[in-house]
Design a protein around this ligand. Sequence first.
Ligand SMILES: Cc1ncc(COP(=O)(O)O)c(C=O)c1O
Length: 309
Amino acid sequence: MANSAQPIALPNPFAAGCAWIDGKYVPIGEASVPILDTGFVRSDLTYDVASVWEGRFFRLDDHLERFFTGCERLRLIPPLTKAEIRSIMVETVSRSGLREAYVEVIVTRGVPGPGQRDPRLYQPRLYVYAIPYVWIVKPELQARGTDVFVTQNTHRIPSSSVDPTVKNFHWGDFIRGMFEAYDRDAWVPILPDQNGMVTEGPGFNVFAMVDDVLYTPVRGVLEGITRRTAIEIAKDLGIKVAVGEVPVEDLYRSTEIFLTSTAGGVMPVATLDGKPVGNGNPGPVTTKIRDRYWELHSDPNYSHEVDYT
Ligand SMILES: Cc1ncc(COP(=O)(O)O)c(C=O)c1O
């Protein structure tokens, strides 16, 4: 008699996420960091986050370019080449099977040897992981716009102390700002610098429409890949864009505000410090840029397919 047993489909151990550590792929729940890693105890690292949407990586090479520039600015030498890191990032997604993913790569200064204190002597360590896509503002909330608060008691850490163009984990100011925002019933904070200029918020850049010009801060910010995409789209749409100093007062007279991040895309703002921005709904410029942003995720000039086989 023929064996009629069907093969049993085993659950994918990487379904909740896949990490690459010390040359091995491990399920995300089993991934851990050595306690003496200076990335953990000193924030001595840089990182980047790319995304996968509908099975396609978005601007992966631009993320890797920024990541390698950041490493150079910190005098960190990644232990693998750009091409090797790129293929590990793709492999973590492929193993996880995730069609929508948040893919992080980190290089830390490494683990000091016994009694060592000279960071030039450590061996940098690489970590990569892919987990389900993360939203700073959930799509339901994006549909009506989020609530933002400009912090009064927290300034962005000065660029002369921590270079914001190098993606970093020095989030003390952001976390403090988040609590300030929660205390005001807002969802996210925007942090000014010490001179009253807009900088950015925890994980996103800021855009504001003032007098029919789309402004975004030039200094004191990470040069976001989503920011770059939004600027390109706006210019394509014939919208005037100004990358310059943005005084906080300008936010209060803007007709539209939106936030940009790999973790959430182009996110409309409904209220600022409890008052409506424009008419309190996502504005026409924001909506056009947001729609186009998501369309570009299937454009081969901006994205490429992940091989899941
Ligand atoms: C501080 C900060 N600003 C801006 C951004 C947005 O950058 P991107 O659009 O490249 O995700 C991030 C992303 O995590 C960030 O951490």
